[in-house]
Design a protein around this ligand. Structure first.
Ligand code: ZN
Length: 296
């Protein structure tokens, strides 16, 4: 009996020790990698393209919902609290989540609009804005900054230097040249967007500015604006109405019907790729293809 007891104890000691060492090894490996939590999926795409395997990258806002209206859940707040770095656009964009995001300690909070010197105090006043006169955001800043590969490269550089990694581009000049060639035939075509969200993409690839159904934050506009939009659409011979998955499509379909033109999807929050994070280049290349779809 005594013999049995000793063997039995040894068995447990070995088992426990083994279990503890496996667990600590696994945890140790996890801990080696910093966790970056972003608000929206496109920022996770930028972070992952920059940091690759040197960080774990997650996003909290479901891409099928409008980030302008998303209210953080308790589980989101916990995720933000345990992250090593939090990457978001800024209070002008994640409007209903801004309070909790601003409360995150400064040393681990990376605010894209601040990094780019574009925050609400009006630092950005360049010719980016002069093309888009209608429906413009009150402070003149278009917060959908991830759609500009130039700005995305700047954000990637900041993330890399934050973690002490060598700076590299996530969108190459070769890729830019390929997209410029691809978009050249549709450069002067007219179209309507559901909300004024793709301004940076339009500016960067020198496309025709959009007519827009809703304002920059996805809010409905008055009947007069809607009426003028139909008149402008007729005058400019628009080719299609772009629909964004997270903004609903009732008003877009009504305008498309009135103008006898098709609707087509432009997936700026990358809903279609679900939980997967494509590379930033393939994400932007995908948007360019979706843009061209309008004119075929
Ligand atoms: Zn938006």
């Amino acid at each position: 009996m005594k013999h049995y007891n000793i063997t039995f104890c040894r068995f447990w000691v070995v088992l426990l020790f083994g279990f503890c060492s496996i667990t600590s090894a696994a945890l140790g490996q996890e801990r080696l990698k910093p966790v970056v939590v972003t608000s929206i999926k496109p920022l996770a795409i930028i972070a992952k393209s920059a940091l690759q395997d040197s960080a774990t990258v997650e996003f909290i806002m479901p891409p099928a919902l409008s980030p302008h209206d998303y209210v953080l859940k308790l589980s989101d707040i916990r995720k933000l609290a345990s992250a090593d770095a939090v990457f978001w656009i800024g209070p002008e964009f994640e409007i209903r989540a801004a309070k909790q995001l601003i409360a995150i300690p400064e040393k681990k909070r990376l605010t894209a609009l601040n990094i780019l010197n574009m925050s609400a105090d009006g630092a950005l006043k360049d010719n980016h804005d002069s093309q888009l006169t209608d429906n413009h955001h009150e402070n003149g800043v278009d917060p959908h900054i991830w759609l500009s590969p130039v700005l995305a490269n700047q954000l990637a550089a900041k993330l890399l230097s934050h973690f002490g990694l060598p700076v590299k581009e996530i969108f190459s000049s070769a890729n830019r040249k390929a997209l410029e060639d691809l978009l050249a035939p549709v450069k002067n075509k007219s179209y309507i967007v559901h909300h004024q969200g793709i301004g940076h993409f339009i500016d960067e690839f020198k496309l025709n500015p959009a007519l827009s159904i809703r304002d920059m934050l996805g809010k409905q506009q008055g009947a007069k604006t809607q009426y003028n939009l139909r008149l402008e659409g007729e005058k400019n011979a628009v080719s299609c109405v772009f629909i964004e998955p997270q903004h609903g499509d009732k008003d877009a379909k009504a305008i498309a019907k009135d103008l006898s033109i098709p609707t087509t999807s432009i997936d700026i929050l990358a809903v279609a790729s679900g939980d997967q994070l494509p590379s930033y280049e393939s994400y932007i290349n995908g948007l360019a293809k979706q843009f061209i779809n309008c004119f075929q």
